[in-house]
Design a protein around this ligand. Structure first.
Ligand SMILES: C#C[C@@H]1N[C@@H](C)[C@@H](O)[C@H]1O
Length: 439
């Protein structure tokens, strides 16, 4: 392997309590909010087919017009407490908020740019009240921060000339100043979710990024930072040039999920997911496929079954309203979580053979095994192939512990669990397996 000074600083999972808490979240909420929400994915009556938060990059979007939008940012309906309550009802254990997206508009009062909320009609800090509201609901807060910043004169995609390099040094200092400022203002934040680190100029900043990461970790012990922040000695991110994970968890699963445990490489990871195919910021006209709560619950369960967290995105509109489609999903997911949360919180991967009926999760607290059934077999027989030396001691529906189910032995370590068909199962349900080992 290569000798790397700025590659992974740890091989294997973090084992401290803060990371254990992160690992046990199961469900998170992403919030993408900023001046792009004012456009709703349209400009001058035209529909933008890209991701709404990228509308400034659209050739039909006059850049100076976009850059004036903040002078209309005055979200009368912004109610952080209501957002936090809704997230609590949904069952989210953490929330990631865009403090600054690629356009550079800072949702907090920043000493380092005039392109921030204090210079909008709204005038007040957006981030502070949100952090307080989510903290009050017991939902941990993480700060999304885009390194790429279209508003900064010093930003560069690549460093071709001496002028580029000089300008980029100013940009690096600005970036560090904003990050230190965020951690000083919001010390209850448990971690950072970085984005916009794919340009060549940043990929040359292994030394700077490493020093900055160390400085931030020193400010908030236990701070959790994903794989999308640092480039290594050769400009590689997520995995260093030896294939080892950078940061505390893998951030590569954006709008997609791993399919097998092997895909996760045994690392901690999160999957961040949009409701439409690709809209993070508010778009008033969602076209194409919009995911149902059934689909999203399956993605959540699949993520947990593979030792990951599932983070569902919300994109409030320009007035601070949570759109009705997202409110409905939050309610439907929350209703399912209220009944089945034991199969999600503090659960993870079980090395039993994957079956067609759904997913296994196992509690990291008491070892209980959960069979989350999405595809009910017509004969009601759920095939279970356990690992070796496993005894099934007790099997019952999570919703009805008194209904003891008797496994029918097929062959060594393989059973049918008969699920009584007179129950009209209309949503994914959970069977609990209490097991022991023969050795
Ligand atoms: C591309 C890209 C960005 N990464 C997602 C998390 C959104 O912020 C999107 O704009």
């Amino acid at each position: 392997s290569l000798t790397l000074e700025y590659g992974a600083h740890r091989i294997g999972k973090r084992t401290d309590q803060m990371m254990e808490t992160w690992r046990n979240y199961g469900l998170g909420q992403f919030i993408h909010w900023g001046v792009y929400a004012l456009t709703g994915g349209h400009w001058d009556g035209e529909y933008y087919s890209g991701a709404a938060e990228w509308i400034r990059s659209w050739d039909k979007m006059p850049k100076d017009a976009y850059d004036q939008l903040y002078k209309s940012f005055d979200p009368k309906n912004y109610e952080p407490k209501a957002w936090a309550k809704q997230a609590k009802e949904m069952g989210a254990k953490y929330m990631i908020i865009t403090t600054k997206h690629h356009d550079g508009f800072s949702l907090w009062p920043s000493k380092y740019t005039d392109y921030d909320v204090t210079n909008s009609p709204y005038g007040n800090d957006i981030i502070g009240p949100l952090v307080e509201a989510y903290d009050a609901e017991g939902i941990d807060v993480y700060l999304y921060f885009s390194v790429m910043d279209w508003s900064q004169p010093g930003y560069r995609v690549s460093l071709e000339t001496e002028e580029d390099r000089t300008a980029y040094e100013d940009f690096k200092a600005f970036t560090r100043n904003q990050l230190i400022e965020l951690l000083e203002l919001y010390p209850s934040a448990k971690g950072l979710w970085f984005d916009g680190t794919w340009d060549e100029a940043w990929k040359e900043q292994a030394v700077f990024a490493d020093e900055l990461e160390k400085e931030m970790r020193a400010m908030i012990p236990g701070l959790i930072i994903g794989s999308r922040f640092r480039p290594d000695d050769y400009g590689n991110r997520h995995f260093d040039s030896n294939g080892d994970l950078m940061g505390d968890y893998e951030q590569g699963w954006e709008r997609k999920l791993p399919n097998t445990y092997e895909d996760t490489k045994g690392n901690d990871w999160d999957a961040v997911m949009t409701v439409p195919e690709n809209q993070w910021g508010y778009h008033s006209d969602w076209r194409g496929h919009v995911k149902s709560s059934y689909e999203l619950i399956e993605m959540l369960v699949k993520s947990v079954s593979l030792d990951g967290n599932f983070v569902l995105n919300f994109g409030p509109d320009g007035q601070g309203n949570i759109r009705s489609e997202e409110a409905k999903l939050a309610k439907e997911i929350g209703d399912w979580m209220k009944v089945n949360q034991k199969a999600i919180y503090s659960c993870g991967y079980l090395n039993w053979q994957k079956q067609d009926w759904g997913y296994y999760t196992q509690s990291r607290e008491d070892g209980k095994i959960y069979m989350v059934v999405f595809n009910q077999p017509l004969d009601g027989k759920l095939r279970v192939k356990t690992a070796d030396k496993v005894i099934l001691d007790k099997v019952y529906p999570l919703e009805n512990p008194g209904m003891i189910l008797t496994p029918e032995l097929i062959q060594k370590n393989e059973y049918f669990i008969p699920v009584i068909m007179d129950q009209k199962w209309t949503s994914p349900y959970v069977i609990v397996v209490e097991s022991s080992s023969t050795d």
